[in-house]
Design a protein around this ligand. Structure first.
Ligand SMILES: *Cc1c(COP(=O)(O)O)cnc(C)c1O
Length: 573
């Protein structure tokens, strides 16, 4: 397939995201948002949707994480050779920043769908000949936090640069710009100018997805900073729409100027509607790309049972019909694979015989990675000779609390080993490759966030797909997952039926206590009964019939992308 005039004319959706995790080794992602974007474009390509992606190309990526002997996180810049993976787009465009014309060029990365459909992603960079050195640094690293100036400039390149680049490449038929989170909202400024200041026309073209249920998590800039980088070029109408008590709020702008808005799970939709009562906000629950996240042994089993499960994930609904021994063998293969990898990568050696709990995600404070150590001696007594833990995850370089949690895990691990022989391992440099191994190789997937903070979460969906039951606080996707099938795992603490009392329901005492009780009285005894455990694994797999990006992108296509006038798309009914 070739990108020619007719390909460009057929392309009607531009997907704009600060992170797109196209490959574990291409550092254009830091966590869930990027992994979701990657899974989204993979499914869009499989379903032959006419989508083009826009992201930035970070010359030094996010960062490589390692630990010193005290368990402190250390960071190193990553070197990577994107020159060999990508094709350079010939002509740069310019984005005006302050008084300067900054040249912005792009690398093209092709996502190829199952049937060969091509979905191009353009990764924008300012590392272009003719730019001054300080300009070349603009797209240096993802979520560069050296200053707010860096951040706003990156978002100008993404939003304004993205729209301009597509136009210069000849994509003249884009009818939907899908902003995946507010980082890309400046696209609206560019469209506003292109459409001669017609707000309604801008709105007709925009779709906005919010991913953050916490107001502090929304991107905001001081007006002076906006004036500094835009000079007089920021239209006053747009300023007004984005105004948040004197600050420029990217989410406000995204909400105000979109024809369709959504949150990323049912509960997150409720929360978003409460935060923005003036807008109609829908929800589309996230998913994962099943063929990408399914481990080899399970791929084999699924393909034998349902030859076209990849294009028809609904088939996994019947996972209960899978053969017990097949499930057992496949899981053991994954578990051995993880543990032998682990033995090569840390001094603390895990044991194949024990129930292995996994926890891996960004170390944002609200995820409460250390909740299980709340009553550490109780944990030690329950887990002695029965349970071990494996952790992974990066803390943002500026997040001291997240870094303290990482250190605390190292210290708790030492205490538990010395006093109870219980092993706790923290693996370095969490990325998509490690995630593949963890979500399939552990026995139970753990998640302990503060309620109503986890917009969706997706790693638990990957685990379920690979026959690993979830053990999680009822938030994000798991509120839905557990309701769909209570045999697919276990819950920690109360559900969301008492929304007036979030403070109490997020009590560390209550949640940790619930964790210990369920662990001791339900999970360990169930594990001891082979048949019962495999039954649970099958129920976990059945969740993948729903929590996948094929289902998700079809919902986006129907509710958000497909305009009435357009012809129908092949795989969207
Ligand atoms: C899946 C994945 C995530 C998302 O994890 P959550 O459970 O949503 O927090 C983050 N990082 C990596 C590398 C992943 O593969």
């Amino acid at each position: 397939m070739e990108i020619n005039e007719s390909f460009k004319n057929d392309t009607t959706v531009a997907y704009i995201s600060m992170e797109i995790g196209v490959d574990s080794n291409i550092p254009t992602y830091s966590g869930g948002l990027g992994v979701l974007s990657g899974d989204t474009v993979r499914s869009a390509a499989d379903l032959e949707l006419p989508v083009v992606g826009i992201c930035l190309c970070y010359s030094s990526g996010y960062f490589y994480q390692f630990f010193n002997e005290f368990g402190d996180q250390k960071e190193r810049e990553i070197e990577w050779n994107f020159f060999y993976e990508f094709e350079r787009v010939p002509e740069p465009i310019t984005v005006k920043i302050e008084d300067k014309d900054v040249k912005v060029s792009a690398w093209q990365y092709n996502v190829i769908g199952q049937s060969g459909h091509l979905l191009p992603i353009y990764l924008l960079t300012t590392d272009v000949e003719g730019n001054e050195d300080w300009m070349k640094q603009m797209t240096g690293s993802l979520y560069d936090s050296t200053s707010k100036w860096n951040r706003i400039v990156q978002e100008m390149i993404l939003g304004i640069g993205g729209v301009k680049l597509l136009k210069s490449l000849g994509y003249n038929n884009i009818q939907t710009y899908h902003l995946n989170e507010g980082h890309g909202s400046f696209a609206m400024v560019e469209l506003y100018n292109m459409l001669n200041g017609d707000i309604e026309k801008v709105k007709e073209k925009m779709v906005f997805t919010t991913h953050t249920p916490v107001p502090a998590g929304h991107d905001r800039f001081k007006q002076e900073l906006v004036d500094k980088v835009f000079k007089k070029r920021m239209p006053s109408k747009i300023k007004k729409l984005a105004d948040d008590n004197g600050e420029f709020n990217m989410t406000y702008l995204g909400m105000a100027l979109s024809r369709y808005r959504n949150g990323v799970a049912k509960k997150h939709g409720d929360i978003s509607r409460k935060m923005f009562p003036q807008y109609e906000i829908d929800h589309i629950t996230n998913g994962v790309h099943l063929p990408f996240w399914c481990s080899k042994p399970f791929r084999k089993i699924f393909s034998r049972k349902w030859p076209n499960w990849r294009s028809n994930p609904q088939l996994l609904e019947n996972a209960i019909e899978l053969d017990d021994l097949d499930i057992f063998d496949a899981h053991i293969e994954n578990k051995f694979n993880l543990i032998s990898y682990q033995k090569g990568h840390s001094w603390n050696l895990l044991d194949e015989e024990l129930i292995t709990f996994g926890f891996a995600r960004r170390f944002a404070t609200y995820k409460r990675a250390v909740l299980i150590f709340h009553e550490i001696d109780r944990l030690g007594k329950i887990c002695k000779n029965a349970v071990q833990f494996i952790f992974a995850g990066k803390a943002h370089p500026k997040d001291q609390m997240g870094k303290d949690y990482i250190k605390e895990i190292h210290e708790a691990g030492e205490y538990l080993y010395n006093n109870y022989g219980v092993k706790v391992v923290m693996m370095e440099n969490y990325n998509m490759d490690l995630s593949h191994m963890l979500v399939s190789g552990v026995d139970v997937w753990l998640n302990t966030p503060d309620r109503y903070r986890e917009a969706s979460g997706t790693s638990g969906m990957k685990a379920a797909l690979n026959g690993v039951p979830n053990f999680s606080v009822q938030d994000g996707w798991w509120l839905e997952g557990y309701k769909r099938n209570p045999l697919a795992g276990w819950v920690i603490g109360p559900d969301d039926s008492n929304p007036d009392d979030p403070g109490v329901s997020n009590s560390w005492d209550i949640d940790a206590n619930a964790f210990y009780e369920v662990l001791e009285n339900q999970i360990i005894p169930t594990y001891m009964n082979h048949d019962e455990w495999i039954f649970r694994q099958k129920n976990a797999i059945s969740l993948a019939a729903y929590f996948n990006t094929h289902r998700m992108i079809r919902e986006y296509a129907k509710k958000a992308y497909l305009l009435k006038k357009q012809t129908r798309w092949k795989y969207i009914s």
